[in-house]
Ligand binder design. Structure first.
Ligand code: HEC
Length: 447
C-alpha cells in the first residue's frame, strides 16, 4: 500500500487540522450507515433462517422488509458507505505519513471488502424479491406451455444465489468492519505504533475486539430504533399491519434495543478503562461521560416502553443514538490527536523543509539565520524552558558548551540519546544552517 503514502504532499499544520475535521465528518456519516446495514442484514438473515426452519409467514415478511430498510437506493451505499471510508483512508495516509504505520492501507482494504459486501447484499435483496416473483409466476402460468421449465429452473437458481449472497455478504461485511475498527484502534494508541504494527496485532488485540463488539451492540441499538420508527410512525401512510405482525416487530425491537444498549454501555465503559494512558485527555473524559449518560438514557427508554408494551419515543431514540455515535467518534478523535502529537510535529517540520526547498529553488530564500531556522523548523518540538516533544534546550545545551562541533553533528544526524523521548527525526538541514542554528541555541539559552 505504498502508493497511499506516496500520494501525500507535505502539509502545513492548519491543513492537518482540516483533514482531522474531514475525518470526523466522514465517520459521522459512515458509522450510522454501516450500523444500520449490519443490523438489518443480521435481522434479515436470522429471520430467514427461522422461517426456513419453522415456516412462519410473518418471519419471512419481516426478513424481507428489514433488508429493504437500508437498501432502498443504491446511491446511498456509495455516498454513505464507500466514499466516507475511502476518504478516511486518504485522510489517515496524510496524517500518518512517514510514521510507517499500516492504518491507511488497512482502511483501503476495508473499503474494497465493503464494496464487495454491498454488491452481495444488494444481490441478496433483489433475489429475495425475485424468488417471490418466480413462485407467483409458477402458480399463475402453469397452463402456458414452454416456460414452466424455465420458471422452475431460474427460480432454483435465484434461490441459490439468494442464499449464498446473504451469507457471503455478511462474511465480507464483518471482515471489512473488523479491519476498520482494528485499524482505528491502532491509530489511537501510539504505544503500539512500532512494535504492534501489523495484521496480527490488529486482529488479536483486546481493544480491537472490544470496539468491534461494541459496534455490533450499537448497530442493534440503532436498527431497533429505526424499525420502531418505521412501523409505528404517527400518521404513517403505509397500510396498517395486522396486529400479530406488529406485535412481533415491537417485541423484537424493544428486546433487542434494551439488551444491546446495556451491552453497549458495559463495553463502552470497558473501552474507557483499558484506554492507553498516552491518549487520555480532558476532552476525552468529557465526551466519554456524556456518551455514557446518554446510553443509560437509551436503556431506560427501551425499558419503559417494554414494560408498558407501547411504542412512543422512537424518533427521540434515533436522535439520541445518533448523538451517542457522534460523541464516541469525537472521543476517538481526541484520543487519536493526543496519541499523534509527535507525529503532527514531524509532519509540520517536514512541511517547513518543503517550503524552504521551494524557496531555495526559486532563489527567494533569505540569508541563513539561526533564529529563523529555530522558529521555522525546531519550535514545533522544542522550547528553551519547556518540554514539548523534545527536551528543553536549557537542559540539553550545557553539555554542548564549547563543543559546537558535536552539536552541529547531532543536528545534522540525530541519534537516540535519552530513553525518555522518542528519537528526533532528521531535519535535513545543510551544514551551514546547522551551524547557524547551533550558534543561536548556544548563545540564547543562557539569556
Ligand atoms: C519532530 C520533533 C522535533 C523537531 C522538529 C526537532 N527536534 Fe530536536 N529533538 C526531538 C526529540 C524527540 C529529541 C530527544 C531525542 C533523544 O533524546 O533521543 C530531540 C533532541 C534534540 C537535542 C538534544 C540532543 C541531546 O544531545 O540530548 C537537540 C540539540 C535538538 N533536538 C536540536 C534540534 C534542532 C536544532 C532542531 C531544528 C532544526 C530540532 N531539534 C527539531 C524532536 C524534534
Amino acid at each position: 500500500m505504498d502508493f497511499l503514502d506516496q500520494s501525500v504532499l507535505p502539509q502545513s499544520s492548519q491543513h492537518l487540522v482540516l483533514i482531522r475535521y474531514l475525518l470526523v465528518l466522514s465517520y459521522l456519516i459512515f458509522i450510522p450507515y454501516v450500523s444500520l446495514l449490519f443490523g438489518s442484514l443480521s435481522f434479515s438473515l436470522f429471520f430467514k433462517y427461522r422461517w426456513e426452519k419453522k415456516g412462519s409467514a410473518d418471519d419471512k415478511k419481516f426478513s424481507k422488509s428489514v433488508i429493504d430498510l437500508i437498501t432502498s437506493g443504491r446511491g446511498a451505499a456509495i455516498a454513505l458507505g464507500i466514499v466516507p471510508l475511502l476518504s478516511s483512508s486518504l485522510g489517515y495516509a496524510q496524517l500518518l505519513h512517514k510514521s510507517g504505520l499500516v492504518v491507511p492501507g488497512f482502511l483501503f482494504l476495508s473499503s474494497i471488502l465493503l464494496l464487495i459486501s454491498l454488491l452481495l447484499i444488494y444481490t441478496y435483496k433483489y433475489t429475495f424479491h425475485l424468488k417471490d416473483i418466480f413462485s407467483y409466476a409458477g402458480k399463475e402460468r402453469k397452463k402456458e406451455t414452454g416456460i414452466e421449465d424455465d420458471i422452475e429452473n431460474y427460480s432454483v437458481k435465484a434461490g441459490l444465489l439468494h442464499k449464498k449472497s446473504g451469507f457471503y455478504g455478511m462474511v465480507f461485511l464483518v471482515t471489512s468492519l473488523y479491519l476498520y475498527f482494528g485499524a482505528l484502534e491502532l491509530a489511537s494508541d501510539s504505544s503500539r505504533w512500532t512494535d504492534w504494527n501489523g495484521l496480527v496485532g490488529i486482529l488479536f488485540s483486546l481493544p480491537a475486539l472490544i470496539s468491534f463488539i461494541q459496534f455490533i451492540a450499537g448497530s442493534f441499538m440503532i436498527t431497533a430504533a429505526f424499525l420502531l420508527y418505521k412501523h409505528y410512525r404517527p400518521n404513517s401512510e403505509a397500510a396498517p399491519q395486522p396486529e400479530i405482525y406488529s406485535a412481533l416487530i415491537r417485541s423484537i425491537s424493544l428486546n433487542t434495543g434494551l439488551i444491546s444498549s446495556v451491552i453497549f454501555a458495559l463495553l463502552f465503559t470497558a473501552g474507557i478503562l483499558i484506554h492507553p494512558v498516552n491518549s487520555l485527555s480532558f476532552e476525552f473524559f468529557i465526551a466519554s461521560t456524556s456518551a455514557l449518560i446518554l446510553i443509560l438514557f437509551t436503556s431506560i427508554l427501551y425499558y419503559s416502553m417494554l414494560k408498558e408494551s407501547v411504542v412512543k419515543y422512537s424518533s427521540v431514540l434515533i436522535y439520541v443514538i445518533l448523538f451517542i455515535f457522534a460523541l464516541s467518534v469525537v472521543k476517538d478523535q481526541f484520543a487519536f490527536s493526543t496519541a499523534s502529537k509527535y507525529q503532527t510535529a514531524v509532519l509540520d517540520a517536514e512541511y517547513q523543509a518543503h517550503i524552504k526547498a521551494l524557496e531555495e529553488a526559486s532563489g527567494t530564500a533569505a540569508p541563513i539565520n539561526g533564529a529563523d531556522i529555530y522558529n521555522g523548523r525546531c519550535i514545533a518540538c522544542h522550547n528553551f524552558d519547556k518540554k514539548i516533544v523534545g527536551p528543553p534546550y536549557n537542559q540539553t545545551m550545557p553539555k554542548y558548551e564549547g563543543k559546537k562541533d558535536l552539536l552541529v553533528k547531532f543536528i545534522l544526524n540525530p541519534v537516540k540519546v535519552n530513553p525518555d523521548y522518542p528519537a528526533m527525526p532528521n531535519q535535513g538541514l545543510k551544514p551551514k544552517e546547522a551551524e547557524a542554528v547551533a550558534d543561536f541555541l548556544l548563545s540564547t539559552y543562557k539569556k
